[in-house]
Design a protein around this ligand. Structure first.
Ligand code: THU
Length: 126
């Protein structure tokens, strides 16, 4: 949670003032972080989880062992629907997702609990 909280401090969220940080533990043991990055053209904003996935892929890793997401305005920041799908591309249904707020006890769910009946590459025959 500490890595996610540190990334959250760098969030660029002047429009929503809702800062989010994400940390991904890759299968190889490295930690990849992201923060939300908003834009004056609102739809161009990017979620913290999407940024962390980008950092992970750029570092050469494509399997997720665990995820942490923190925000300072809510007790547990649930990943948005799009980010659940993004995470499912690189993680399995049993992958733990820690949801928290800096300084409080995280809640842990699996990605399968957050995104049941996920659409995946197997549906495409791959
Ligand atoms: N946000 C994230 O970064 N991750 C989520 O899963 C939920 C929402 C960001 C997007 C936007 O910058 C702000 O939180 C308010 O929606």
């Amino acid at each position: 949670m500490g890595h996610a909280a540190a990334a959250m401090m760098h969030a660029y969220a002047p429009y929503s003032r809702f800062r989010v940080g994400a940390a991904i533990l890759g299968d190889g043991g490295a930690i990849h972080v992201g923060a939300n990055v908003e834009n004056a053209a609102y739809p161009q904003s990017q979620c913290a989880e999407a940024c962390a996935i980008g950092a992970m892929v750029a570092a050469g890793e494509t399997r997720i062992a665990a995820v942490a997401v923190v925000a300072d305005r809510v007790e547990h920041c649930p990943p948005c629907g799009g980010c659940r799908q993004r995470l499912a591309e690189f993680a399995g249904p049993d992958t733990p997702v820690y949801l928290g707020r800096p300084g409080s006890e995280p809640r842990v769910l699996t990605l399968g609990e957050l995104l049941p009946l996920a659409f995946g590459s197997e549906a495409l025959g791959q």
